[in-house]
Design a protein around this ligand. Structure first.
Ligand code: NAD
Length: 483
């Protein structure tokens, strides 16, 4: 693997994301030689840490995520880390940061390459981008920026943020990260769809009855009540993860596997996305909030949540496209907190076919993303002892040994940033369409709230969300496959 020279600046270097995801991922890339002698990482945050303390933190992060490591490697890796106490709202601090970046660039022969990572609360993204530009923090080599989710709160704020970032960075150098795109089974959607005639030929409007995407979380909002109450399930999960998955499921086949061809295929699909009317929002969307149990709070009683909150902890909805192989096929999705289990899964439900046996089920293709990773197709055959029909799964799965080798999404995606591959990042044109859709639903809900008495289903915790989620299907023969 090529050694990429770079000075990386992490805004939010003392945060949870940096500790649990970024430092372990960088270590794995270091072990593979992608970043080696010519790299330095500056961790920044407000706290008065020393370089040494940050190195201890980095080393702890690696021990917490790896069973066995070579201690000399950990030490050598951590020696590339530097800490700069930095308040992102203080202009003078950017001057100090710039000086340190330049010094490290010289010391590590980083060739003027800079990678900025915004691992902080989203309200700071615009401020940081503006200061990078105004205080000229960019280097003389490549300049890339990784922006965490959420990218904006609605289309207007996303446009504003995009303007601030594009003042210093070209679209090709902006990596809007969505770690779902780094997951093994999400990366499996395209090869599965496009290399199997068995699957590709039935992935059409003629054969697919509906598609269902479920991202179920077991936990409630926990300590994040304050933030979550300003966001909700639609913005937190649908605007990014669910739409990215749906795009991969519905896009036409790209001309080739280049990043530009893949983004072009996605863009063609998204231009044909049908934005719902307020009446359709009322009919095709369900929002909910979890109730309490013996030892858990109801959402409205969670710390830092408005007791009158109308923020949804569950949403189910529908989207359709005018173009692509599954044009006009309903794609249903649901996501929420306090489901019965944590599970991310996709079900492709095929149309029923008349047959002389009458009672046979139609086929489904299921992609389980987390916590297990597998694909299975339900298939009918004969029961051994009667002429009845039995149903079995044809399964594609990984061995335990293989699963142990699957890199974390952050490792994959950071790798892609270093090698300048933007295939698995969100382009502005895609993000814009996602926000247009989300804003329409949010506006319809807001109007309903203003009228008083909004329809927000209260659901029992640790089940499958509100029962009203089953009312959004177009036909009485449709139902959630995952129950
Ligand atoms: P966090 O609260 O743990 O960390 C925030 C960091 O920002 C800390 O280092 C804090 O010291 C620093 N900070 C706060 N105010 C500052 C200021 N004025 N100047 C300088 N530094 C300041 O947050 P997190 O969980 O690490 O999340 C960071 C980003 O990553 C968010 O956008 C979040 O949505 C996204 N994200 C996090 C996770 C995760 O697993 N934690 C997963 C996906 C996305």
């Amino acid at each position: 693997m090529k050694n990429i020279p770079v000075v990386m600046i992490i805004f939010g270097g003392s945060g949870d994301l940096a500790h649990r995801k970024l430092y372990p991922a960088l270590f794995n890339l270091y072990e593979q030689g992608l970043i080696h002698d010519n790299f330095a990482v500056i961790g920044t945050a407000r706290r008065p840490w020393s370089h040494e303390y940050l190195r201890e933190q980095v080393s702890d992060a690696i021990h917490e995520t790896h069973d066995q490591v070579d201690e000399n490697d950990v030490k050598r890796f951590a020696s590339h880390f530097y800490y700069q106490s930095h308040d992102v709202t203080n202009v003078e601090h950017y001057e100090t940061l710039k000086k340190l970046a330049q010094e490290l660039d010289d010391r590590y022969s980083a060739q003027g390459n800079r990678l900025f990572y915004m691992a902080m609360a989203p309200r700071f993204f615009g401020t940081i981008a503006t200061h990078i530009n105004d205080q000229s923090l960019t280097g003389s080599g490549f300049n890339r920026i990784v922006v965490e989710k959420p990218f904006g709160h609605d289309l207007a704020s996303a446009e504003e943020l995009n303007k601030e970032i594009t003042a210093s960075f070209n679209e090709d150098d902006i990596f809007r990260i969505d770690h779902y795109l780094g997951k093994e089974m999400i990366q499996n959607i395209m090869p599965m769809r496009f290399t199997n005639p068995l699957i590709k030929n039935i992935w059409t409007s003629e054969n697919v009855k509906n598609i269902q995407v479920t991202l179920a979380e077991r936990l409630g909002v926990e300590a994040r009540g304050g933030y979550y109450d300003t966001s909700g399930a639609l913005r937190d999960m649908v605007q990014n993860h669910i739409f990215q998955i749906i795009t991969l499921l519905a896009m036409p086949e790209p001309k080739d596997l280049s990043s530009s061809s893949i983004h072009k295929a996605k863009q063609d699909l998204l231009e044909s996305m049908i934005i719902p009317t307020p009446e359709e929002v009322e009919k095709d969307f369900v929002r909910g909030q979890y109730l309490g149990s013996d030892n858990t709070f109801a959402y409205k009683k969670e710390p830092n949540v408005d007791p009158e909150s109308t923020t949804e902890t569950f949403v189910a909805g529908k989207v359709k496209f005018k173009k692509g192989p599954v044009a006009d096929v309903p794609i249903y999705f649901r996501t929420g907190k306090e489901f019965k289990e944590k599970k991310n899964r996709i079900d492709i439900v095929l149309k029923h076919m008349n047959n002389p046996y009458g009672q046979a089920h139609s086929n489904n293709i299921t992609i389980e993303i987390d916590p297990v990773s597998k694909i299975y197709i339900t298939i009918n055959g004969k029961k051994i002892d009667t002429s009845g029909i039995r149903r079995e799964n044809l399964t594609y799965e990984f061995s335990k040994e293989e699963m142990a080798k699957v890199p974390d999404g952050y490792e994959r995606l950071l790798h892609d940033v270093f090698v300048d591959d933007s295939t698995n990042f969100t382009h502005w044109s895609e993000l814009k369409r996602y926000w247009e859709f989300i804003d329409t639903v949010e506006d319809a809900w807001q109007k309903e709230n203003e009228k008083g008495n909004p329809k927000i289903s209260q659901y029992l915790p640790y089940r499958m969300g509100p029962k009203e989620a089953s009312d959004i299907f177009e036909s009485p023969t449709e139902h959630w496959i995952y129950e």
